[in-house]
Design a protein around this ligand. Structure first.
Ligand code: PBG
Length: 325
């Protein structure tokens, strides 16, 4: 409109002037690396649908963590791959279950060099693949809260720094908070997956942990992406129950949600750049259609620009090798 008096390209004229006004940064410390942990020794098995990501036994997890630390990635989120499964996921509540065992080793080796976030859910541990206890063909909310709280306590006892419930049951933050507080773990934060859509982008993850539902889908607990307002109530509910930070998932098709959440709530936001988002970029790059690292950076910058404070991404390690700080 004001052209030729205003020429916006003047501020893009060379790299120094562009840099002067760029205001979004990604730091290594913003990145959280997911790790899939499997029972056994010396296992490093590539996940077919998540090329470059592996199921690792505890010993190899320790080696992988060293590489993360050396590259400045100091946060991890853990997922169990369990061959033992039962009706309710109760198996996850034992201190001998895979993730509590792994946390103990990681903490013993690295102490506060790593922030260990434990995903809390039953789907890796139930024989039907749903996130909770089934009653009359549906996941029973209140019965599931019992296993989630018990699992959370086991994870806290093992040394988890943070708990991240991803099951989408109503009331889980309150229930987990009360359980932790009653046992003296009032300092352990809860990063709640407050906004989690029933998404086809989780496909590769379900391959990775063998957690897909055998029957039905997760639509009675995960949210519909055709609903534009429900997430505001989910966030409010979790914050009221004591969530310390919220996770929004998936990330890329949901940047609008991240942005509105940022504007409306004074709470830290974590974007989960999920498995399908990773493998889309990976496959396309492998076919030579895009420049992988440039596309990854562009998407992670977009998540930060939308309002994410931190990002869970399978690209964390790779990205950290391309970041100075
Ligand atoms: C467990 C869980 C899932 C993911 C994280 N935690 C799968 C699901 O809900 O089906 C997906 C992560 C990803 O796709 O990267 N409930």
């Amino acid at each position: 409109m004001n052209y030729p008096k205003t020429r916006l390209r003047r501020l893009r004229y060379n790299k120094n002037i562009r840099k002067l006004f760029e205001d979004i940064n990604i730091n290594k410390s913003d990145l959280i690396q997911p790790i899939f942990i499997v029972e056994g020794d010396n296992i490093k098995k590539e996940i077919k649908s998540l090329k470059g990501q592996y199921q690792l036994s505890i010993d190899n997890t320790i080696t992988f963590c060293k590489e993360l630390i050396e590259n400045g990635v100091n946060s991890i989120i853990l997922f169990g791959v369990s061959s033992k499964k039962d009706e309710t996921g109760e198996i996850s509540c034992s201190s001998e279950s895979i993730i509590p065992k792994a946390i103990k080793e990681i903490k013993k080796t690295y102490d506060d060099q790593l922030l260990v976030i434990a995903d809390v859910c039953n789907c890796s541990y139930t024989n039907h693949g749903h996130c909770g206890t089934i009653v009359n063909d549906d996941v029973d909310n209140d019965l599931t809260l019992r296993t989630l709280s018990k699992q959370s306590l086991t994870l806290a006892e093992a040394g988890a720094d943070v708990l991240a419930p991803s099951d989408m049951m109503d009331g889980r933050v309150e229930s987990i908070r009360a359980t932790l507080d009653a046992s003296g773990y009032e300092k352990i934060p809860i990063f709640s997956y407050s906004v989690k859509y029933a998404s086809a982008f989780y496909g590769p993850f379900r391959d990775a942990v063998g957690s897909g539902p055998k029957k039905g889908d997760r639509k009675t607990y995960q949210m519909s992406f055709k609903n534009s307002k429900e997430y505001l109530r989910e966030i409010e509910q979790d914050l009221n129950e004591g969530a310390d930070a919220i996770i929004i998932k998936p990330a890329l098709a949901y940047l609008d949600i991240i942005n509105v959440a940022k504007t409306n709530y004074n709470t830290p936001i974590i974007a989960y750049n999920v498995s399908g988002e990773y493998s889309m970029i990976k496959s396309s790059a492998e076919n030579g259609h895009i420049n992988e690292i440039e596309v990854v950076l562009e998407t992670i910058y977009a998540m930060k620009r939308a309002g994410a404070n931190a990002i869970i991404t399978y690209y964390a390690l790779e990205l950290s090798k391309n970041l100075k700080y």
